[in-house]
Design a protein around this ligand. Sequence first.
Ligand SMILES: *[C@@H]1O[C@H](CO)[C@@H](O)[C@H](O)[C@H]1NC(C)=O
Ligand SMILES: *[C@@H]1O[C@H](CO)[C@@H](O)[C@H](O)[C@H]1NC(C)=O
Ligand SMILES: *[C@@H]1O[C@H](CO)[C@@H](O)[C@H](O)[C@H]1NC(C)=O
Ligand SMILES: *[C@@H]1O[C@H](CO)[C@@H](O)[C@H](O)[C@H]1NC(C)=O
Ligand SMILES: *[C@@H]1O[C@H](CO)[C@@H](O)[C@H](O)[C@H]1NC(C)=O
Length: 620
Amino acid sequence: MPLFRASADHVVKDRPKWRKIRCSRVLEEDDSVPSLMQLCLLSLADNMKKVWVKDYADNYMDNYSFRHIMGPFNMLSGELVEELTSLLCSRKQLSRAALHLLLVPQLRGLSLERFPGLVTPALCAIIAARCQGLHNLNLSGAQQLPSKALSDTLRCLPTLRSLSLSGTSCDGGIIRTVVFCCPLLRHLDVSGCHFLPPAALLPLGALFPSSKCSPSGSSSSTSVAPLALCSLLALDIGFGEQEGDLAAVVAYLLLSMPHLERLAVEGLSQACRLIQRRYFTQVDLFAFREGLPRLEEVWRERRRLQHTDSWKTRRVEAQDGYESESEDDEKDCSQNVTNEKSGDDHITLRLRDVKDLTCESLDSFGCLCPNITSISVNAEDEEDIGGRSLPTLLATGLQSWSGQLRSLSVHHQGPLLDLLPALQVSGSSLVSLTLEGVRTNPHAPLPELIRACPKLKVLLISAEPPASLLDQEPDERELPSLPNLCSLTLNFSYEHKQMRPLMYWMSLMKVIRCLLSGSPLLQRLSLVSLPCPLNNVLQRVLCYGDRHHRFGASDPSLPKALERVQHLDLQRTDVKMTTVKNIIQRSKRLKCVDLSCCWQISHQEWADCKRLSTVRVVWV
Ligand SMILES: *[C@@H]1O[C@H](CO)[C@@H](O)[C@H](O)[C@H]1NC(C)=O
Ligand SMILES: *[C@@H]1O[C@H](CO)[C@@H](O)[C@H](O)[C@H]1NC(C)=O
Ligand SMILES: *[C@@H]1O[C@H](CO)[C@@H](O)[C@H](O)[C@H]1NC(C)=O
Ligand SMILES: *[C@@H]1O[C@H](CO)[C@@H](O)[C@H](O)[C@H]1NC(C)=O
Ligand SMILES: *[C@@H]1O[C@H](CO)[C@@H](O)[C@H](O)[C@H]1NC(C)=O
């Protein structure tokens, strides 16, 4: 039964302009005037609940089940419907009825991660029936969905490119379904799927005779080409049968997924060591148990393919008159190879973005993966290895990618000083830096760190505060600034019994002041439990900041300090309400301020501010 009639010639087609509008959504903050399209969508979102959704919910939703709904939304382009859906999501207005109306055949992307409760078998049946052209589907967090329903849905979505199932009941059966039914898949996220043992990921690689992948389990004779996954996220999944299996699984995945560029799995370090040192026989038992070809064979096959490929490229380069350097590069990494003369007896992987490596494995990892641009290293519980200290290991390890690394994250529960050599090696190209768990003292080399990473856009340091009372003489040199910085987080841990952090790291004040006045593009600022006073710093930045800033106050094209801030988190600091009000005045874009545990702020002040300002102010 049609709910609304539409004549076919009124179908709104995709307009090329729309692309532009979509892109500018990211920058929306910059142009304060929303586009006509955005206004229309906003108005549509406002009216949906009162008009269409109400009508549908009252009269049709539970009395009928429609295959398709001919209504206002099936006339819109898929992109508009997607935009409208994400608008409703961000305003927390998405309901089951609204979703029923929005699930139209032209939809290409659907993200329900903010509403996992809506993802039921019934809803999935509608998705499977109506949205068979989906490219991107995000069902992250839909814990309640049985894997059977998930599997039935995926079987109807042959054009999926990107699938996020993190935190769902995804199991080995789902993986086989995906391999069999979603041949175009490039990105898969199954992080936090506790019913998924690591070995169940193996069908994602080109290892099995294809008939084994049949989702029904019966050996069908249809053959499927292996997936060409570029990105696989599978941290924190279920457990394997044995401790050593994890490294074996990951080694098989690395060798059997030639297109992989982004990988997050546990056991990556061990797997790389296994491949680099050719400890292939260590996993023979595992291979036998899983019915896999021996790892050495897989490795040889991979090497053969790589050789054919690089031979091809070399020939092309030679024709173009370029000198190929790859052979020399390769030799550097191939120590003790059996076949020295050809220099191609080791393999390289395409990986660019990896998580959860150990410092110790960085060396061999560098040889295996020359193209890394984003890496996260966990230096927890690492002893000095082979007489080399952690700072050296990390610095020499990162050397392989010096000049190309854009994002680095290190978890290290030792002094910040330990990380300085590594940053001096890799800092010049870094855009994003995360340091977690580090211990600080008043001599912690923050200025040096900032100097080493001049291009940072995102800086996050979550640290232990100093334990000693001795402060350093303030550094009299001109402190560096980070002109591109968009997001700054300095977050110190604190003892739960103490309400206020001990504030005796006075030289930190100057560092923060320089950062705030020298980073005019800052959008997200989080300064939590600082071991130094903050209120005066902020006041000075607001009053004098611009005059001191290194571009000179005379440049009117640059925003003033803090003018672009949207999110402000100042928990557990000595900030005062007058200062917060000054910032609210300065930044028209400010959306939320967290002032929890700020002891200089009273309930009354908070209530007043909350009443008078459109900014969301949190205080407890
Ligand atoms: C739909 O079903 C409900 C009961 O389930 C009933 O009260 C309502 O009148 C029905 N609406 C229509 C339009 O049939
Ligand atoms: C899917 O949603 C999760 C949870 O919000 C998010 O972390 C992830 O990035 C999303 N996946 C994609 C491909 O956007
Ligand atoms: C390399 O090979 C030589 C002899 O072939 C051996 O003595 C040496 O220990 C090997 N080095 C490594 C790192 O395996
Ligand atoms: C590394 O990147 C370069 C340039 O993008 C590319 O030509 C090369 O094939 C990549 N190497 C690997 C092993 O993927
Ligand atoms: C501080 O950082 C830690 C580690 O990233 C995080 O768990 C914690 O929630 C953060 N605290 C605040 C208040 O942001």
